[in-house]
Ligand binder design. Structure first.
Ligand SMILES: [Zn+2]
Length: 267
């Protein structure tokens, strides 16, 4: 079969439209997920270490909880989630920080900080697990690194990684403690948490229960805690968690620990 010039023009046009569409999609994807495309895991881990140092510096030398029982409880909670998650590109570091706020936050490189105030606020180990699952959602979906690049620009970030100069770490740590994620990020981290909790044999609606109580008791702290940062959408997020339907064969399994003993470690 011989292709006429007219047919050739059509084929050319169709291929051209396809290429433009593909290029547009690639560019869109690139700018939506700059962290994945521009910052290697090695650099993300390095950035996480720098911000961790800044957080420890700001909270003071003895801010980190050093207690074998508390460590074993956090480990048991993390273990449950990790085995339900299967593989992860991250090596997680969950640190317990002394602080009254019922808050937890994630920074790049698989680092999650939990305040002792959150342990005291939660009624059960499963409630802390639900919050931790949400924070791990921010890590797995690379929200932390993507947002840093969107705010700082990749050039500033890379030069910061190079020499650690400027007040960048201070600014970044502040943002992460107080919450800087979009509604979409929060929704994505919630979806991740709900599915993970189900696989981990923890009732997913527990997440919604924590959110509701947090809003009732600490709604006035809005804007100073990452967990409350999306108020007033917190109500919707809570409703969605409570409405989550588990599979018919879902079995709930409590995480065993002496919860009162853990809560009483801090006066
Ligand atoms: Zn969040």
């Amino acid at each position: 079969m011989k292709i006429t010039p007219n047919q050739f023009a059509w084929i050319f046009l169709i291929v051209l439209i396809g290429l433009i569409g593909w290029g547009g999609y690639a560019a869109w994807n690139f700018f939506q997920n700059p962290g994945e495309n521009l910052v290697s895991m090695e650099n993300e881990v390095k950035l996480g270490e720098m911000i961790t140092q800044q957080i420890m510096h700001e909270h003071g030398e003895d801010a980190m909880v050093q207690d074998a029982y508390a460590d074993s409880c956090i480990h048991a909670i993390y273990e449950r989630l990790q085995s339900a998650m299967g593989g992860s590109g991250y090596h997680y570091n969950i640190r317990l920080l002394k602080g009254d706020e019922p808050n937890a936050f994630a920074i790049p490189g698989g680092n999650v900080f939990v305040y002792t105030g959150l342990i005291k606020f939660c009624h059960t180990p499963e409630e802390v697990t639900a919050v931790l699952a949400h924070e791990m959602g921010h890590v797995e979906k690379r929200h932390t690194i993507n947002n840093i690049i969107k705010q700082m620009g990749v050039g500033a970030l890379l030069s910061y990684l190079g020499d650690g100069s400027g007040g960048a770490a201070q600014q970044l740590s502040e943002k992460m403690i107080n919450g800087f994620f979009s509604r979409e990020d929060e929704a994505e981290a919630d979806d991740f948490a709900l599915a993970l909790l189900e696989r981990a044999h923890i009732r997913p609606s527990v997440l919604g229960e924590v959110f509701s109580r947090m809003k009732d008791e600490h709604g006035d702290m809005e804007g100073v805690m990452s967990l409350l940062s999306t108020h007033p959408e917190l109500e919707q997020r809570s409703a969605k968690s409570k409405a989550y339907q588990t599979k018919a064969d879902f079995i709930e399994m409590p995480i065993h620990m002496d919860w009162t003993r853990l809560q009483q470690l801090w006066p």
